[in-house]
Each structure stands twice: as C-alpha cells, then as structure tokens.
Design a protein around this ligand. Structure first.
Ligand SMILES: Nc1ncnc2c1ncn2[C@@H]1O[C@H](COP(=O)(O)OS(=O)(=O)O)[C@@H](OP(=O)(O)O)[C@H]1O
Length: 328
C-alpha cells in the first residue's frame, strides 16, 4: 500500500514538472498518473475551490469531461493570514511538501499594501498550478489590517483562511526579538510594555502587544466569513507535534493526509522540528536563522502583568473561535 501511494505521489510530481514544460508531455504523464489511480481523490476538492480564478486554457479529456492539462496561474484558494511570529513560515514550508499545494514563497502583501495593483498583478505572482492543486500564499499582516477581510471577500467569498496563533506573550517577545535585531537601540521590552510603569498601565497599542488581541482582530473577519472557513493552527503544537497540526490543516483544505510524521525530525541543535526532505531537495532542512531565535529574558513580574492583561482577551478568543488554546 505504501509503495502504491509512493508511485502515485511520484507520478503526480512528475506530471507537475512535465506540465510546466509542454502540454503534450503533461498529457502523456498525466495519463500514466491516472492509470496509477492518482486522479480522482486529488481532484475531489475542485468543486469547492474553483472560484472563478484565472483564465487559462482547458482541454477535453478522453471521458468527455472538461479538464485542464496545462499548469496556469490562478488566484489563491487558501491564505495563511496570520499571525506574525505565529509560525506561518514553518506552516507554509510544511504544506509545500504536499503535491496538491502550490505556494508562493515570498509574502506578496497584496491585500494590505499593494491592493491598487489589482488582481491580475496578484495572479501574476502566483506559481503555476494544475487543476486540482490548491494555490496559496502567506502574509501574516493580513490578520491585523482593517481593510483586508473585505478585500479578500471581494476576491473570493469561499476562500479558506488559516491563522497560526501562539500565546500572545511569547508572540510579543518573538516580535520584539525581531525588532531589536534590526534596531538594537530601542528601549527594553519591559519599558515598552507599559504606558506608565509606575501605575502598571499596559500600552495595548504597542504593536507587539496589539497584534496579540486575537479576539478583536478575529471579530472583523467574522463580519465577512463564517467561522467554518477559518482554521486556527495551534502555534505551540506546530512545534511540539507538527504532523498532528498538518493533519488538521490538510483536512481543512480537503487534501489527502500526505504530509505526516514521516516528513519531520526534531533537530536538537535548532530546537525545532525540521524537514527530512523539503520540496525540491533530498537533504534535511531546517528553517533559517531568523526562525527560532533566542528570546531575551523578560522580568517575571512583567510577564505576570501581561498574563493578567491578556487573560480576558484570550478567554474571549477561545469563546469566539470555539477552541481553548490553553494559554494561562
Ligand atoms: N519548525 C520550526 N522552525 C523554526 N521556527 C518555527 C518552527 N515552527 C514554528 N516556529 C516558530 O515560528 C516563529 C516565526 O514565525 P513566523 O514564521 O510566522 O514569522 S514571520 O511573521 O513570518 O516573521 C519562530 O519564532 P521565534 O522562535 O521567535 O524565532 C518560531 O518559534
């Protein structure tokens, strides 16, 4: 069984590659792929994702149904919209192992920064994809940008949205760690946390803290999308048990569970899960140096104040999302 699935997987990968080179090659290899029985399950989610995206050519298949053989650029059917420092890069890299996922490597910032360039520009950035493959991108800033939900809704009302969430305090420290790596002269995390340290008033508008007000941001999305269209990835579990989180994401996207625990190993030096064989390579691979940085030690008293600050916000987020993420 494992070997058979392996053949299907390999045949599909080959079909993708050849399709990028020539439609005729794609036809031959895709026929082989179908003979191996790989077509139907992968195409099963098409009806849910075919949301009027793209303008490529179609070819009539032998059985008379309309099916495309050429890879073409389409607008995404799924987006990782947040949160910054939640583990969005890890999730995207892990999902890219799936043969039915085609993901843009960089962050396009279309809905927050480059919206005026228009959808054709956005589509031109996307990787070419075969019919049945899910096109996706990640831009963590979307989650906290006010205009984004309405703009995404205008593109596709049935798009699938993924949010990687992590304890907002760890997330804030991670964010701060990134900021000081670029601007080392800024005040300490402890100083920036408070509007006035003597009164203990938290500066909830300081970006690293404000991004962690997940319930407030989520409410804006729920004005456009039902909760069933939003999947939350547990950022801590993405580190402790990536296969489990990936299993849930693949289910949400209507994909076969192809990315499993076989793809990961825990790298002790890095302190994070890494890939045994990333997309397009046979060598093990961990994320780069900017992922998994050492955080500065924060005064426990400040952490305690932040716990108290976030408690009601986290509770509200658990209630709205219907999931308890366990940040105490
Ligand atoms: N497998 C693996 N390897 C390395 N890092 C991992 C992994 N899984 C999750 N993470 C966590 O991802 C954090 C960075 O989050 P993002 O990728 O969302 O950051 S960004 O918003 O795109 O800058 C990053 O935050 P820092 O630890 O603060 O660097 C990691 O904790």
């Amino acid at each position: 069984m494992a070997t058979f699935l392996g053949h299907k997987h390999d045949a599909r990968r080959l079909a993708q590659k050849v399709a990028l080179m020539s439609p005729f090659g794609a036809l031959c290899v895709y026929a082989l792929y179908l003979l191996l029985g790989g077509g139907a399950p992968h195409l099963s989610h098409l009806s849910r994702h075919g949301t009027g995206t793209g303008n490529g050519t179609g070819t009539r298949a032998a059985n008379g149904t309309e099916r495309e053989w050429t890879a073409r650029r389409r607008l995404p059917q799924a987006l990782i919209v947040g949160v910054k420092k939640g583990g969005t890069r890890a999730l995207l890299e892990f999902l890219r192992l799936h043969p039915d996922v085609r993901a843009l490597g960089s962050e396009p910032h279309f809905f927050d920064r480059h919206y005026a360039r228009g959808l054709p520009w956005y589509r031109s950035l996307m990787p070419k994809a075969l019919e049945g493959q899910i096109v996706m991108e990640k831009t963590p800033r979307y989650f906290v940008t006010e205009e984004t939900p309405a703009r995404i809704y205008a593109m596709s009302r049935d798009i699938k949205l993924i949010v990687v969430v992590r304890d907002p305090i760890t997330r804030a420290i991670s964010d701060y760690t990134q900021i000081i790596s670029k601007t080392p002269d800024i005040p300490s995390f402890e100083t920036l946390t408070f509007k006035n340290r003597s009164t203990g008033q938290i500066d909830s508008l300081w970006s690293p803290l404000w991004i962690g007000l997940y319930a407030t941001h989520l409410e804006r999305w729920l004005a456009y999308f039902p909760l069933s269209q939003i999947h939350f990835v547990h950022g801590e579990r993405l580190i402790s048990d990536p296969a489990r989180e990936l299993g849930r994401v693949q289910d949400f996207l209507g994909l076969q569970r192809i990315v499993t625990d076989k793809h990961f190993y825990f790298n002790k030096t890095k302190g994070f899960p890494c890939l045994k064989k990333p997309e397009g390579s046979s060598k093990p691979h961990c994320l780069g140096k900017t992922k998994g940085r050492t955080h500065p030690k924060i005064e426990p008293e400040v952490i305690q104040k932040l716990r108290e600050f976030y408690r009601p916000h986290n509770q509200r987020f658990y209630k709205i999302s219907g999931q308890d993420f366990g940040w105490r």
